[in-house]
Write a new protein. Structure first.
Length: 415
């Protein structure tokens, strides 16, 4: 049984090309059914950063079938897509999936969302009856391994965005819970700041912005909108202030600024700076600027990279175990033939003994148990040896021999 991977990701292709081979849920189901009709089991992973098809079949036609699907999906961009497609087989394909599921191949290293996307992709294919034994084992093991790696190394707990790092720093200086907060600005960074403030449990949030956009109020119920000119009024009673405008000059100056009674932590996320650096000299004021936060982000990124390397090493053992299990699937057909013959011989022997010895019910059950145990002892050794064979050609030969030796026809003729 061979596992094949073919796909394209943000590492190899621009968004315009990746979009051409993205799949909706309904499109996935159509392709899965198409591949199944060709004897190919598959799982389609399609996110904003990658489209990958993992396939398995007994005939070796999976790669050709998957390539045809992707190129057809790309339409008139097929020729441009071709050089960006990557492929992997067996152990390398399994290793890639394990690393993808753990977030080690993500644009944001170590992110958690991809694990859910891998699970969803597998469950869709499984529910449609388009997975085989090999794919089920690979995806179940990949999810299990990813969960273990995330628990061990906690990559996603190293914040990388300036806003998330800034909010964590603010919360360390002054717990945000039940504090009044002011956000100056209404762009994406300001809206993200509002979201973090709510998550940290701020008592009230006021947004001051020139543009008077309605987004913060619409997106986050309970947020108060105020005129930009009233920013100093609200600043005087806010323990937490976040500055995130696109202004080319300082918007929060020292001269009119009054520190809140409990102290004020100012998080300046703007470049150029929104907050007057002289504010840092005021008693009770802590000023956090974007340069310090970026240094922390860079340090966290280095930490993530180091942890990611350790995670990859840890994953290797899981990959080896899964690949070893997949190898044993190569002799499943032969083992099944052997077991059928053993079971038939057991039934035949029991029927013969029952007739000749006129066994009672108790004796018959006892003899049946003895026969079953004897047959299992005879077959167990060869089965374990077959499953432990490492050479693929040797496994194929043994499987073929077993199938021919213990074919159903010969079994029927004997009995």
């Amino acid at each position: 049984m061979s596992i094949r991977l073919m796909g394209v990701s943000y590492k190899e292709a621009a968004l315009e090309l990746r979009e051409r081979v993205s799949f909706t849920e309904s499109a996935k189901l159509e392709v899965l059914e198409e591949l199944a009709a060709q004897g190919v089991s598959a799982v389609i992973l399609s996110t904003c950063n990658r489209t990958e098809i993992y396939a398995s079949d007994a005939k070796g036609s999976a790669e050709r079938a998957v390539r045809a699907v992707l190129l057809r999906r790309a339409g008139d961009a097929a020729e441009r897509l071709q050089p960006h497609l990557y492929t992997a087989q067996d152990e390398q394909a399994v290793k890639h999936l394990f690393e993808v599921a753990a977030g080690l191949e993500s644009l944001v290293l170590g992110e958690d969302q991809i694990l859910g996307q891998v699970q969803d992709a597998y469950e869709l294919s499984f529910s449609a009856g388009c997975t085989d034994k090999a794919l089920r084992r690979v995806f179940q093991d990949a999810v299990e391994s990813a969960r273990r790696v995330k628990t061990m190394f906690k990559l996603s707990e190293q914040p990388l965005s300036v806003c998330s790092i800034g909010m964590r720093c603010v919360n360390e200086h002054m717990p945000i819970v039940q504090k009044d907060a002011l956000v100056i600005g209404s762009g994406k960074m300001a809206q993200l700041a509002v979201q973090y403030l709510q998550q940290y449990g701020a008592k009230s949030i006021t947004v001051c912005a020139r543009s008077r956009r309605e987004e913060p109020a619409q997106q986050f119920p309970g947020v108060q909108l105020a005129d930009f000119d009233r920013r100093y009024e609200y600043a005087a009673k806010s323990a937490v202030i976040v500055c995130a405008t696109s202004a080319p000059h300082v918007v929060l100056r020292r001269a009119p600024f009054i520190c809140a009674p409990e102290g004020t932590v100012i998080l300046d996320l703007a470049a150029p700076r929104d907050a007057d650096p002289a504010l840092a000299d005021m008693q009770g004021v802590t000023l956090l600027d974007v340069d310090a936060l970026r240094r922390t982000a860079q340090e966290n990124m280095q930490t993530r990279r180091a942890l990611a390397e350790q995670a990859k090493e840890a994953i290797l053992a899981d990959v080896k175990e899964t690949v070893h299990c997949l190898a044993s699937f190569d002799v499943d057909e032969g083992i099944a033939a052997l077991q059928r013959r053993c079971e038939a011989a057991e039934r035949h022997a029991f029927a013969l003994l029952s007739r000749r010895l006129e066994l009672s019910g108790h004796e018959a059950r006892h003899v049946q148990k003895i026969l079953h145990a004897a047959v299992r002892r005879i077959s167990r050794g060869p089965i374990l040896t077959l499953k432990s064979l490492e050479n693929a050609d040797e496994r194929a030969v043994c499987n073929d021999v077993l199938c021919r030796l213990f074919s159903q026809k010969e079994e029927d003729d004997d009995l």
